[in-house]
Design a binder for this molecule. Structure first.
Ligand code: HAM
Length: 455
């Protein structure tokens, strides 16, 4: 006898079931529609790439590349190994170079939607297969207005799907009157500038020196990072290290003139767009490709994993990957799983604002008697063509049972098709919440349901 096995999803990955899957679709659809108004087009990227692409761009010493990638040998991959993508900026840059997109007129603005893979320790909001909605701008200019527009688009997206996004006054601070609300229930945008290859190395040396002086107040991980990647010490959430970190030199005080001007102008451009922000000198991000602008958006109710979006500028990356010089880049990625958690947390789902997110009205076709089945099939097709969601049972049911099922399925209307209706050509429409009934001919019925469901 064969042994009974119960298969389960692998640790850290999960099934996204309805209605969460529906919410994901609506959030992704909102991104598609909104990003299009800013001139972005979709790029569909491979799920795996050469390992070397990520090692070069994200950085071989980062946690992501050194510990978290799913890497394997593959007969088709030639000499090296291939890896499941832990993020997609590297792939967008690879595609940009491969397809010679630098010859396109204006900036190349692309967005992507899909799963990423990192072997992280699973916890609430942190999975080994997770989903991102990301966007990248690649072009000749590094004008701070680009950075600010990217963020304006992001915050409009968060507002449209139903999160609280505070407005700013002229200083960039959260506008008065909102401050009590801001933070507790709203998203927060953190910004920083981490300089460029001219000024950052000098700052990193200074930071390393300062870290050596407080070495004995740091844990083992941070002590190791003093040599490998001192900037990452600033990311530490360890309570025991916070006091020592507060004494460290801040990057903003060590930027070169060009970076300082860029950062000041970026903030000015945010104010121009009414974007509220908070400076965070410790925001260095865990990927090596960043230059100048970095940012993160946090949402309430998520616990430790509260970053719903991260991004920044990466002006040298295209060249580093063998592409044309002088191409600058900036982008972000939203963590869809965390965004959905935040929406569920605030109990305000994507349908809360903006018609774009409305789910279609459900109509249940209750037919009785074999002769009613063919007209019921025809009616269901017409209603579906009109954009309504239709449930049609394929075995006969008693009226009471059919109406009970319609209710459980969340239908707004039931259409009753029995002998009387077939002979008179007048179908009965029952509004399930009120019990109200009307009789209508088939043609009028489609128009009626469309009108009452806002279609
Ligand atoms: P990242 O900060 O590594 O940046 O990821 C962006 C977002 O993806 C995070 O803020 C988080 O919401 C989500 N995320 C990351 N890891 C996980 C996980 N294990 N489980 C659930 N959600 C997760 C990037 O990926 C950059 N490529 C962003 C970028 C684009 N920078 C410039 N262009």
């Amino acid at each position: 006898m064969t042994e009974k096995i119960r298969f389960r999803a692998i640790k850290g990955v999960r099934d996204i079931l309805p209605p969460e899957s529906e919410l994901c679709n609506r959030v992704e659809q909102t991104a598609r529609e909104l990003f299009a108004t800013y001139g972005y087009d979709e790029i569909r990227l491979p799920i795996f790439e050469q390992t070397e692409l990520f090692a070069r761009s994200v950085g071989a010493d980062t946690e992501i590349v050194s510990k978290e990638m799913y890497t394997f040998a593959d007969a088709g991959a030639g000499e090296g190994t291939i890896s499941l993508r832990p993020e997609a900026t590297a792939s967008v840059c690879r595609a940009y170079i491969e397809h010679g997109m630098h010859t396109s007129p204006g900036d190349v603005k692309l967005y992507y939607i899909g799963p990423m893979f990192r072997r992280e320790r699973p916890q609430k909001g942190r999975y080994r297969q997770f989903y991102q909605i990301g966007a990248e701008v690649l072009g000749q200019s590094d004008a701070p207005g680009i950075d600010a527009e990217v963020i304006e688009m992001l915050l409009r997206f968060f507002r449209r799907v139903g999160l609280d996004v505070p407005l700013a006054d002229a200083s960039g601070e959260v506008a008065r009157g909102q401050s009590s609300r801001a933070g507790a229930t709203s998203v927060t945008l953190f910004i920083n500038s981490i300089g460029c290859p001219q000024c950052r190395p000098k700052y990193v040396e200074r930071l390393r020196g300062a870290l050596e002086k407080v070495r004995d107040r740091l844990g083992a991980d941070s002590q190791r990072r003093i040599q490998t990647n001192p900037l990452r010490v600033l990311d530490s959430k360890l309570e025991s290290e916070q006091a020592a970190i507060e004494t460290l030199p801040r990057v903003a005080d060590h930027l070169c003139v060009a970076c300082r001007d860029h950062y000041a102008e970026f903030q000015q451009q945010l104010r121009l767009r009414g974007v509220a922000f908070t400076e965070n000198w410790r925001l260095v991000r865990g990927l090596d490709y960043y230059t100048r602008t970095t940012f993160e958006i946090t949402a309430p109710g998520l616990g430790a994993q509260n970053a719903v979006c991260g991004g920044g500028r990466y002006d040298g990356l295209i060249e580093l990957l063998g592409g044309p010089k002088q191409v600058k880049g900036i982008g972000f990625a939203i963590g869809t799983d965390r965004l959905i958690l935040a929406l569920q947390e605030t109990e305000r789902q994507a349908s809360g604002r903006g018609g774009a997110c409305l789910a279609p009205t459900t109509v249940f076709v209750a037919w009785m008697g074999a002769a009613a089945y063919p007209p019921a099939v025809r009616l269901a097709r017409r209603l579906r063509e009109a954009g309504l969601r239709v449930e049609l049972p394929h075995t006969e049911q008693k009226l009471k049972k059919a109406l009970g099922l319609a209710d459980k399925l969340g239908a707004r209307f039931a259409i009753i098709l029995g002998e009387d209706e077939i002979s008179s050509g007048q179908f009965t429409v029952k509004h399930l919440a009120t019990g109200e009934q009307t009789k209508l001919a088939e043609v009028d019925l489609v128009a009626h349901l469309r009108a009452v469901s806002g279609g």
